[in-house]
Write a protein that binds this ligand. Structure first.
Ligand code: PLP
Length: 359
């Protein structure tokens, strides 16, 4: 068996030990004679797995009980609608920061359900910067302030948490669990699982309990966060197997030393890759230095005519999914938690070799 290096933006790499445990437990979970996939979500076994996953997540993030943890489906994209449906009373408006493709989708969806005020946009810089908070045109009456801490496609991220009187709502799909986080600064955090949390099919929402129970009358039951909070994410059938895998990922993180240890590894990985890009005239990254993403690192070749060859040779060398997003072009290496330092070292060695041969 060969495991290749996977730089996919999502669904992304999962830790080898997590996949190995899932393999070992696949047919007979803990001597039960069943696969966990085959069990009722209301069985003590599955309820226990979900409770343990939540407890480990709370421990990793050091989160207070003022926050509800919801395990949902529909991806972060469904939360683009759920946020306004849960938080925007009739006639109210919400503030949004536009820092890239995912912000734009969140804004477009929120506009279907209420008034949206775009407080700042980095579109003029082709999304290579984060607009400083002093420049934001916020509305003092806004129901909430929404932003995207890490723009997965542009590879641009906030190195700071905005100050906000209104509850802060964050799409953390591609950055949650990559480092410690002060959850108490936020009203709502949501994330699709398939970057740093687990397999696709699971969506995580962390919501301050005081924001529950405010949904618009038309909000579907399944999108009302209170439904999930009141039913411990078991109002209907949750994605049990994805939840089990997420729980194993949380335990893997804990064994590694928690989020501070993860951050140190992630900073070494990103630091090495940016140094390789910046140290060469052949490779480039368009993002302003303080706003470069730790998780998603786009890079271009001096001669775009070589892009295809680069990707072909990278794949032949066991380095997969390096093609940049179609809206940006070039390459992108996503170096989420489960992408090892060896994987990044192999990528850098390949890049240097390619430059020598073709540059
Ligand atoms: C991947 C991603 C999404 C989309 O997530 P889905 O779970 O596919 O809906 C949204 N926002 C960000 C920042 C992402 O990285």
């Amino acid at each position: 068996m060969t495991r290749l290096y996977n730089f996919c933006a999502g669904p992304a790499s999962l830790p080898d030990p997590v996949l190995a445990t899932a393999r070992d437990e696949m047919l007979d979970w803990h001597g039960s004679g069943l696969s966990l996939m085959e069990m009722s979500h209301r069985s003590p076994e599955v309820v226990g797995v979900v409770q343990r996953a939540e407890a480990t997540l709370r421990e990793l993030l050091g989160m207070s009980d003022d926050y509800a943890v919801l395990f949902l489906q529909g991806g972060a994209s469904t939360q683009f609608a759920a946020a306004p449906l849960n938080l925007l009373a009739e006639g109210a408006s919400a503030d949004y920061v536009n820092t890239g493709q995912w912000s734009k989708k969140a804004i477009a969806e929120a506009r279907r359900f209420g008034r949206v005020n775009v407080v700042a946009s980095a579109e003029d810089s082709n999304f290579s910067t984060i607009p400083p908070q002093e420049s934001w045109q916020t509305d003092p009456g806004a129901a909430y302030l929404h932003y995207t801490p890490n723009e997965t496609i542009g590879g641009v991220e906030f190195s700071w948490i905005p100050d906000s009187a209104a509850p802060l709502v964050a799409d953390m799909s591609s950055t949650l669990l990559s480092r410690p986080l002060d959850v108490s600064r936020f009203g709502v955090i949501y994330a699709g699982a398939q970057k740093n949390i687990g397999p696709a099919g699971l969506t995580l929402v962390i919501v301050h309990r005081e924001l529950l129970g405010r949904a618009q009358p038309l909000c579907p039951t399944m999108l009302d966060w209170k439904t999930a909070a009141d039913n411990e994410s078991m109002y209907n059938t949750p994605p049990t197997f994805a939840l089990y895998l997420a729980g194993l990922v949380f335990e893997w993180l804990k064994e590694l030393g928690g989020l501070a240890a993860m951050e140190a590894i992630n900073r070494r990985k990103a630091g090495a890759l940016y140094a390789a890009i910046d140290g060469s005239d052949f490779y480039g990254n368009p993002v302003e230095l303080p706003s470069r993403s730790l998780m998603n690192i786009p890079f271009t070749l001096a001669d775009p005519a070589l892009d295809k060859l680069f990707l072909q040779e990278a794949e032949a060398a066991g380095l997969l999914n390096l093609k940049g997003h179609r809206s940006v072009g070039g390459m992108r290496a996503s170096v989420y938690n489960a992408v090892s330092e060896q994987a990044v070292a192999a990528l850098i060695a390949f890049m240097q070799d390619f430059e020598q041969r073709r540059g």
